[in-house]
Every structure is written in C-alpha cells, then in structure tokens.
Design a protein around this ligand. Structure first.
Ligand SMILES: Cc1cc2nc3c(=O)[nH]c(=O)nc-3n(C[C@H](O)[C@H](O)[C@H](O)COP(=O)(O)OP(=O)(O)OC[C@H]3O[C@@H](n4cnc5c(N)ncnc54)[C@H](O)[C@@H]3O)c2cc1C
Length: 303
C-alpha cells in the first residue's frame, strides 16, 4: 500500500468511507479511494495493483451503488473529478468518462443536437452511464455511441467500436477488469423546440414520479421483461412505506428505496430481501437487482 500511495499523483484516500461517495450516503471504508491525476498516473497505479494482486473496483459518482457496511477490501478508482474533458466537433462529441451526464445533455442541447435529452436528470458520470446503459423516457446512452476507450489492468489503452459491446436494458458487456476512459458519440442535428419539448417532458415526468428530495440510488430492481414494472409489483405486494431502521420503500415510487439519514447497507439489503420474497410469493416473479453492489457476501440479497 505504501508503494502505491507513493506512486499516485492524484488523490489517495486511505480507509475512506464509501458513504461519502454514494448517493445513498451508505457504505463502509474502501482500503483506498483513488482519483488518478491523468492516464499515466492511472496506468502506474493499475500496474502496481495488478503486480501485487490487490483487488480493484471502478466507480463513477456512486449513484447506482450499494456498498456494504463492512466496506470494500480493495482499491476503488474513480475518474469522476479528473477525467472531465468534453469536446464537440459539429455533431460529434468526445467525452471523458468522469463528465457528468447532466453536463453532456446540457452542452448537446445548447448546440441543437438531439439524442441525449431524454437522459436529463439521470445523475452520474458518463463511465457509469455506459456500464449501466443508462436510459430514461425512451432514450439510452448507447443509442448514438460510436467508440469507447478503456485501460486494461496492465495500463494499456484499448479502443472498442460501439458494435464490439452489447447493450441491452440496464446492461452492457464491458469487462470488469477494464476502466472506461472516454467515449465518442455522433448525435443528430434537430429543431431546438422539439429537443426542448423532449427534455421538458423527461424532466417533468421525473419530478412527478420520483422521490427526488431523498437519498436513493434510483430504481433498485430492473423491470421484469414482459411483466408489469418492478415498482408496480412492489406496490401491489403492499410494501410501500415498509421501513427497516432509516431505510424505507418509498411511498412515492416503490422501486426507489430511500435513506432517511442513518440507514445502513444491511437495512437496504433487508428491504431488498423482503421485496423479492413478497413479489415472488404473490406474483411468481423473482426481481433482478438494477443497482450494483460492492463488498457483500454471496446470498446477501437472497430472500
Ligand atoms: C435519483 C436517481 C434517479 C436515477 N434515474 C435513473 C434513470 O432514469 N435511468 C437510469 O438508467 N439510471 C438512473 N439512476 C441510476 C444512476 O444514476 C445511473 O445508473 C448512472 O448512470 C450511474 O452513474 P455513476 O457514475 O453514478 O456510476 P456508479 O454508480 O458509480 O457505478 C455504476 C456501475 O458502473 C461502473 N463504472 C462506473 N464508472 C466506470 C468506469 N469509468 N469504468 C468502468 N466501470 C465504471 C461501476 O463499477 C458500477 O458497476 C438514478 C439514480 C438516482 C439516484
């Protein structure tokens, strides 16, 4: 660890509570939380971790993450603060993976480019959005993607074209051992009024349906294919308002679990088990997690 600390030029926070880096405000310490200064810094840190077989995890801004109360036995890398370059060349966009999605939407719409406006209000970085294939109100981040640059654990750069990666509903086939550095998109030019109208529709829809005043990680479960939405099923199972400690299944949107202040990861995990069990018992459907989990034992979410 000392060697690694001396290697990193960016920030290196040892024993860093992940609660500070997740929108849930939940999560025990990571052995180290690292924001590399640049590509060279990232490459040296990854090589060092790889050489010493230290487990490594990549995160963006933690808006889709549940981290266990025990924390993460490994290094957490984020590019959220340092890889934030965003450039436009007519309808082409190049963004580093730490760019906030909201900023991309704003800058694209300012230039009368369509393709991202339905994602207005989705929190998080571009890196997280690509891994999750973030989507909302009919649009997905992968729709206008052309290529992605990643770095391997050996510190080598690799390029994928959009066709090399499969994207589906809240899923992509990026490898766990490669960190996304940036991506290129080709958007379309469109009439500013129609872009603005799509953006407003998405924004108002979100405000109406989501408990945005509270800490959450967005939808906990994926909507099951060909079935009613997960939130509908949890609601019909009679679970809205179910509370464990400071964690609650939102009254406003049953697929959002919220932290009223002091919720523990175990409280959220408990609600997840309850929701899965009740929806299984009442509708015969096993809900799949949409949120990503770090630092839990196998079976932690099995009812
Ligand atoms: C209020 C609220 C509303 C939301 N609404 C929506 C919505 O409408 N639609 C939607 O799709 N999502 C929604 N989300 C979920 C979340 O915002 C998205 O999934 C977002 O794209 C996650 O980005 P992030 O940077 O926070 O990623 P994180 O949560 O930090 O990470 C998500 C995943 O990406 C991986 N990852 C992140 N960065 C990198 C990288 N550079 N390289 C490799 N892997 C990486 C992580 O390992 C993890 O597996 C919502 C969340 C909240 C809190």
């Amino acid at each position: 660890m000392t060697q690694l600390r001396n290697t990193v030029q960016g920030t290196f926070l040892e024993n860093e509570p992940m609660a500070k880096h997740t929108t849930y405000g939940i999560g025990g310490p990571a052995a180290a939380y690292i924001t590399p200064a640049d590509k060279q810094d990232l490459a040296s840190a990854l090589q060092c971790a790889h050489k010493h077989s230290i487990p490594v995890f990549f995160v963006g801004s933690g808006s889709n993450l549940l981290v266990s109360d025990k924390g993460i036995d490994g290094l957490v890398f984020t590019l959220g603060k340092s890889f934030v370059n965003l450039e436009f060349d007519q309808n082409k966009v190049f963004a580093e993976s730490g760019v906030m999605l909201g900023k991309m939407v704003k800058e694209a719409t300012k230039r009368n480019l369509t393709g991202l406006e339905s994602l207005v209000g989705v929190p998080g970085t571009l890196g997280g959005a690509l891994v999750m294939n973030a989507g909302a109100f009919g649009g997905e981040i992968s729709n206008y993607l052309t290529s992605v640059e990643v770095m391997t654990m050996e510190g080598n750069l690799k390029n994928y074209s959009a066709e090399d990666i499969s994207f589906s509903y809240r899923h992509s086939t990026f490898r766990d051992d490669e960190i996304i550095l940036g991506a290129e998109f080709e958007l379309l030019e469109a009439d500013p009024d129609s872009i603005q109208s799509e953006k407003s529709k998405a924004s108002e829809g979100r405000k109406k349906t989501q408990p945005l005043r509270f800490r959450s990680a967005g939808s906990v479960f994926k909507n099951p294919e060909g079935e009613k939405a997960a939130g509908y099923l949890i609601d019909k199972a009679g679970l809205k308002g179910t509370r464990i400690g400071d964690a609650e299944i939102s009254e406003h949107h049953a697929n959002f679990f919220i932290n009223h202040g002091e919720a523990k990861a175990e409280d959220i995990a408990h609600l997840i088990r309850i929701a899965r069990k009740e929806v299984m018992d009442q509708f015969g459907i096993m809900l799949d997690l949409e949120i990503k989990t770090l630092g839990f034992k196998e079976g932690a979410f099995t009812p």
